[in-house]
Design a binder for this molecule. Structure first.
Ligand SMILES: N=CN[C@@H](CCC(=O)O)C(=O)O
Ligand SMILES: [Zn+2]
Length: 379
């Protein structure tokens, strides 16, 4: 049945006129079918009175690692006491994930996806990468497939043990053979302590040959080749992008690679923040994501990400909201979501606030009044 959300104080659609005031939106068949002035909407079977609240597109979280078991709060506490973050911590979660049953992995991933939905995330990407054997990567992606349509194979997350090149052979060969039908994209952690440029290139090209989109964990812990490799391969996104040279920024812009920024990882590891302002000003499409994972960023909250992006990364509230919605959709190459133009998937969030500025102005406060996903009220 069609639903009209009426008497909206501020409606963000990202259409030609991106922000409307005193507006309404009508959804039908899981799609947006009309937007315009409040009180003028075509009739619909159901009506939701927004009573002056703000309505924004559902958040698109383009970078998460939701399939894992175990807990790394001790490692986090050690960091609070001054210990640095290192890629090797991933192996702690790998051991716990391998030991967990399929049911446990699924119920934990579902619980996190439900938590994300309650905070307004209506589209989520989920990576594997805590299995690192053929069987454990397959079952991680099977779990991901029960949670989302955007599933990324991250077999090249860290070398689990033994020789790195032999492990890369496994990732590009038998592992990819097994998981390619389950995945929509491939990723590699291009970093000191993880995989070098040549190893990442091999893995990512092998994925591209199977028709997978490419994401790259790039320039997280220090300067390096990740962002330029993403540009060379025509990747959908380069993620983290904490340490970028001007040449890296130009390469991302010229190759139209989306920079997916994950400021809670920097918050939680006490690292410098990514140069969001420099990226936006250079014309790079920026996305914001949670990077939800047990090591560097154990949050599902896109509102918190938006607040940090405004306070610490120098984005305006509208730039941050755009990055958390339309930017995420660009990183996932999904035109259906991240906006509320006519024809979009009917994913929207009614905020208990008059404008999106409140996402940053009221940090840590649950401002989500209603979540509508595929036209159905989900919260
Ligand atoms: N950097 C690589 N992967 C995750 C962290 C993984 C972990 O520490 O468990 C990230 O995106 O931050
Ligand atoms: Zn990540």
């Amino acid at each position: 049945m069609a639903l009209v959300v009426d008497r909206i104080g501020t409606l963000v659609t990202w259409d030609e006129e991106p922000v409307l005031h005193d507006a309404a939106v009508v959804v039908d068949g899981g799609r947006v079918v009309w937007t315009g002035p409040a009180g003028r909407a075509p009739s619909a079977g159901e009506r939701l009175d927004a009573d002056g609240r703000c309505v924004v597109p559902g958040f698109v979280d383009a970078h998460t690692h939701l399939v894992f078991a175990g807990d790394r709060s001790e490692e986090f506490a050690a960091r609070l006491a001054g210990a640095p973050y290192a890629a090797g911590g991933i192996r702690t979660t790998v051991a716990a994930t391998r030991a967990a049953s399929d049911d446990e992995l699924l119920s934990r991933a579902r619980a996190l996806a439900a938590e994300a939905l309650r905070s307004g995330t209506t589209t989520i990407e989920v990576k594997s990468g805590y299995g690192l054997t053929v069987d454990d990567e397959r079952r991680s992606l099977e779990v991901a497939a029960r949670v989302t349509e955007h599933r990324t194979f991250l077999g090249a997350h860290v070398v689990p043990d033994g020789d790195a090149d032999a492990y890369v052979d496994l990732v590009c060969g038998p592992m990819l053979d097994e998981v390619a039908p389950l995945a929509t994209a491939i990723d590699a952690f291009c970093e000191e302590g993880a995989f070098d440029e040549d190893q990442c290139r091999r893995v990512l090209r092998a994925g591209q040959d199977r028709g997978l989109d490419v994401h790259v964990h790039a320039n997280q812990l220090g300067p390096g080749p990740g962002a330029r490799l993403a540009a060379e391969l025509g990747a959908a996104s380069a993620d983290h992008c904490t340490h970028l040279t001007d040449d890296d920024v130009s390469a991302l812009r010229d190759a139209r690679v989306v920079a997916v920024l994950v400021p809670v990882a920097e918050f939680s590891t006490r690292s410098p923040y990514a140069p969001a302002r420099r990226l936006v000003d250079a014309g790079v499409t920026v996305a914001l994501a949670t990077d939800c994972n047990p090591g560097t960023s154990f949050t599902t909250s896109m509102p918190f990400v938006v607040a940090l992006a405004c306070r610490e990364l120098g984005l305006t509230p509208l730039e941050a909201l755009r990055a958390a919605t339309l930017g995420g959709a660009a990183a996932l190459r999904d035109d259906d979501v991240g906006h509320l133009r006519v024809g979009a998937r009917a994913d929207l969030v009614v905020l208990d606030a008059p404008s999106p500025v409140h996402l940053a102005y009221r940090p840590g406060v649950d401002l989500v009044h209603r979540v509508i996903r595929r036209g159905e009220v989900a919260r």
